[in-house]
Design a protein around this ligand. Sequence first.
Ligand code: SF4
Length: 84
Amino acid sequence: MNKHSDCKNFVQFDVFKGFCRKNGGFVLIDTEICPAFTEKTKCRNCSHFCDVNEEGIGTCKGLESEYWAYENMDAKTCEGYEAK
Ligand code: SF4
């Protein structure tokens, strides 16, 4: 389930809340997301990420050599990222 902290518009303030750049104002991370939700670039959204286990660790096949990666890892600077 997506959270505000998975949204590109969200800026983390502390472990419970953050600031929404789209709607303005603070939001609690565990509350319902809004229709403007825009998912962050993460390994789990990449077509090269596969074989994820129950701990959220999978295999990245988008770079020169295969390696393990966390599904929630931020991929905005990854040169191999390709949105699903
Ligand atoms: S309120 Fe909507 S736009 Fe703002 S961070 Fe949450 S889901 Fe994203």
